[in-house]
Design a protein around this ligand. Structure first.
Ligand code: DNO
Length: 348
């Protein structure tokens, strides 16, 4: 297990030098953020990012994310241009030593929450998803903006995307995903870069848009679309674990044994029933997930990929990017490292 931490570049209030000080920290998970979705990242920009991360004493081996252009998800004629650009990114990143690329196939919106700063009993704040509130949100009206969303869309762009998606059902989305994978996985194989899809967060359709990477059956189907270890998973415990229908430790055990998990996002969520949840401290008793069982499933099945603590709460007065402060994620990292050390020792 290689412990990693997400860093948003020089604009991130969390400094690389601070991340380095988290015990057993191995690598940085990052991306190039100022290139529009679908375009090629220049080799120079990738080299500069690599030099910066390695200069801070951390490895540069995981990219989260190289985003997938909507035309690819929609299966538009223009997709081939964007797929060629995607392949070029895989080649350039592979040549720079990147081992894993995380991406997702969620239409329009990445992760979605109803509130980013819900005050918990202990005075910390967390990201929450209250179904009744999300059901009342209309992304086409008002100034809704959430951290997982691409803020470059205008209202007109969004209307046209919603219109395009209204003509697409889940099976069409699967077809478009398969087309994409059949194009890119051979390049990933050649350049030794493991592709790792991130599941849908939350794992059900929102705003009437289809979502397909949601549960064990869909992950099985996904892995068979191209049966190569280069077609693998970012297993996000919080995303999949928001659905009570997912048995997280058992799924992790299976996919880790198959060598198909390349990247883990470890986060705890407290399920409130009926599709609502609150993000919680990593420690098992604070949420609905058994983090020890999750780590044991990884350990017992030979997981040797990258793992990062996922969203944290805001604690100790920290402000910054919702979910991505330093303190609570560092506590999560240390808790995870402690479980891992225990598993290594008791299994000797
Ligand atoms: C949320 C993240 C996601 C993830 C993308 C991967 O905090 O885990 O935004 O980066 O879905 O493409």
């Amino acid at each position: 297990m290689k412990l990693s931490f997400r860093w948003y570049g020089e604009d991130d209030p969390v400094k690389l030098e601070y991340i380095r000080q988290i015990p057993t920290m191995d690598s940085i998970v990052t991306a190039i953020y100022d290139v529009p979705v679908g375009q090629v990242w220049t080799k120079e920009a990738v080299a500069a990012l690599k030099a910066r991360v390695e200069g801070a004493g951390l490895a540069f081996e995981v990219i989260e994310s190289v985003p997938v252009h909507e035309d690819i998800k929609l299966g538009k004629k223009t997709r081939d241009v964007y797929i060629e650009n995607y392949k070029e990114n895989i080649r350039n990143l592979g040549e720079a030593g990147v081992k894993v690329i995380c991406y997702n196939f969620m239409p329009v919106f990445d992760w979605t929450r109803s509130q980013l700063d819900k005050v918990l009993d202990d005075g910390s704040t967390a990201l929450v998803y209250y179904k009744d509130q999300v059901d009342q949100m209309d992304p086409l009206k008002g100034e809704l903006s959430l951290p997982g969303w691409d803020s470059s869309y205008t209202k007109e762009d969004l209307e046209s995307l919603f219109d395009d998606y209204s003509k697409l059902d889940k099976e069409d989305l699967w077809d478009n995903l398969e087309y994409f994978l059949k194009e890119i996985i051979p390049v990933a194989e050649e350049y030794d870069v493991k592709m790792a899809i991130h599941p849908d967060d939350p794992p059900w359709p929102i705003f009437g848009l289809p979502r397909i990477i949601t549960d064990e059956a869909s992950l099985d189907r996904f892995l068979k679309l191209v049966d190569s270890k280069y077609n693998g998973l970012t297993f996000c415990t919080g995303s999949l674990g928001s659905g009570s229908f997912n048995d997280i430790p058992s799924m992790i055990g299976r996919y880790a044994a198959q060598g198909r998990i390349h990247f883990m996002h470890v986060r705890n969520v407290k399920l409130l029933g009926e599709g609502s949840f609150e993000e919680a401290a990593h420690v098992s008793s604070y949420g609905s997930l058994d983090i020890v069982a999750i780590m044991k499933a990884l350990h017992d099945n030979g997981f040797d990929g990258y793992l990062r603590p996922d969203h944290g709460r805001m604690i100790w007065g920290e402000t910054g990017r919702p979910g991505y402060g330093l303190y609570d994620r560092a506590l999560g990292a240390t808790y995870i490292a402690g479980i891992w050390e225990t598993l290594e020792k008791i299994n000797k």
